[in-house]
Design a protein around this ligand. Structure first.
Ligand code: GDP
Ligand code: MN
Length: 381
């Protein structure tokens, strides 16, 4: 009798032990001791292979994120195209919210149609006057003279006042609009863009799980005439706030001489998936305030693309910036199309690989690959 009890006890221990190890291996649970091993971040492809499930609107797997669009009422029909492409290629399965921002009230037609097309909840925000007007330290006559001069020189948007307010707003304010405060990540969408491939997995989730703060699909050189004094303004900021400059940053991407001069490379910001919490951080706010005080949004024509890019390349670690290789994208006049045929087939892409801008002369993406010691993928030309 007592022998039987002992054997039964061993049997139970053995079964419990086996079940435990079976569960650990099945569910990929990590034992506490393995948490201290540093694991290289997965590539986006690996992430997709592991996380292909589509969570649905109420799932806790969704990230606290939103699409965001700055637009005028007159942008409605171009916006409709962008929404359709984003919904068809991605959001119909995820139902993320969409925030629309405007310096004037959106009209009923705009709200009615965009609400019908977006699968998630839509929100419409009016931009407060103090975020879309001249700060008191700006000399408006000097700004008007600068516009006239740049218009005469035929610099793109050189004569436009509203374009300058737009660039300043995208640089320093959209992430602090009351409608944006509840979200952690954003995906910026402009009118008349196109996505050529299925997205395949949730880029918001990829960003969050891998501590990415900023991302891009196309990069290129900025027009010198729009930013003559931007780099000296950045240098002043860096000298005054050395604590905001990150170790292992991507300075090499934007400067060929350790920060002495700007090479004009920037991420094309009409596409962005990024962290709102980073933009709302003290580092970014100090950066924007310092640049804004120097007046180049009005006396020159600083774009939000170089402003965001320089911030990302100096105040983030290089590995917190993500190049989304297989998000195929078009905004006039450039296309990003995966050259790898298997990717195009898997993601049902409709872009022509010949149109891919990445390796053309005017692109900076080859530089991004070099700085990050990345191999040009097979089949890319
Ligand atoms: P580009 O891509 O640099 O040629 O500039 P866009 O004309 O596409 O403008 C960039 C973004 O800002 C787009 O989402 C526009 O809809 C938006 N935008 C530009 N100007 C204005 C403006 O005056 N008011 C509002 N509400 N949105 C604007
Ligand atoms: Mn645009």
């Amino acid at each position: 009798m007592s022998v039987n009890v002992r054997y039964t006890r061993y049997l139970v221990f053995a079964l419990v032990g086996l079940t435990f190890f079976y569960l650990v291996s099945r569910t990929n649970l990590r034992l506490p001791s393995s948490a201290s091993f540093s694991r290289p971040a997965p590539t986006y492809n690996e992430f997709k292979a592991n996380k292909f499930q589509i969570p649905g609107a109420n799932s806790t797997e969704r990230v606290n994120a939103t699409f965001v669009t700055l637009a005028r009422n007159s942008d409605l029909w171009d916006m409709v195209k962008s929404i359709r492409t984003v919904e068809d290629r991605f959001n119909r399965d995820y139902n993320y919210d969409w925030v629309f921002l405007n310096d004037k009230e959106f009209d009923e037609d705009f709200k009615k149609l965009t609400t019908a097309l977006v699968s998630g909840t839509t929100h419409y925000g009016l931009i407060p006057k103090e975020h879309w007007s001249y700060p008191e330290w700006i000399d408006q006559d000097k700004a008007a003279d600068a516009r006239q001069e740049m218009d005469r020189k035929k610099i793109i948007y050189g004569g436009s006042e509203s374009y300058r307010h737009m660039c300043r707003y995208e640089s320093g304010f959209f992430f602090r609009h009351p409608l944006m405060l509840n979200y952690e990540y954003y995906w910026r969408v402009e009118p008349s863009i196109e996505l050529f491939c299925d997205i395949g997995a949730d880029p918001f989730r990829f960003m969050k799980e891998n501590d990415k703060k900023y991302s891009f699909v196309i990069s290129l050189y900025e027009y010198e005439a729009t930013i003559p004094s931007l780099w000296s303004s950045v240098q002043k900021f860096m000298a005054n706030h050395p604590q905001h400059i990150a170790q292992d940053n991507a300075m090499e991407f934007i400067s060929d001489n350790g920060g002495e001069t700007y090479n004009k490379c920037h991420f094309w910001s009409n596409f962005e998936i990024g962290s709102l919490e980073w933009l709302r951080s003290q580092a970014y706010l100090d950066y924007f305030e310092s640049l804004d005080k120097d007046g180049g949004f009005f006396y020159e024509r600083w774009g939000d693309a170089p402003v965001h890019s320089i911030a990302a390349a100096t105040m983030l670690r290089k590995d917190q910036i993500q190049f989304f290789h297989d998000i195929a994208y078009y905004h006039v006049p450039f296309t990003h199309c995966p050259n790898d045929e298997q990717t195009r087939l898997d993601l049902r892409c409709s872009c022509k690989p010949k149109d891919n801008f990445d390796w053309k002369d005017y692109s900076c993406t080859n530089r991004w690959f070099k700085v990050n010691h990345l191999q040009k993928p097979d089949g890319w030309d």
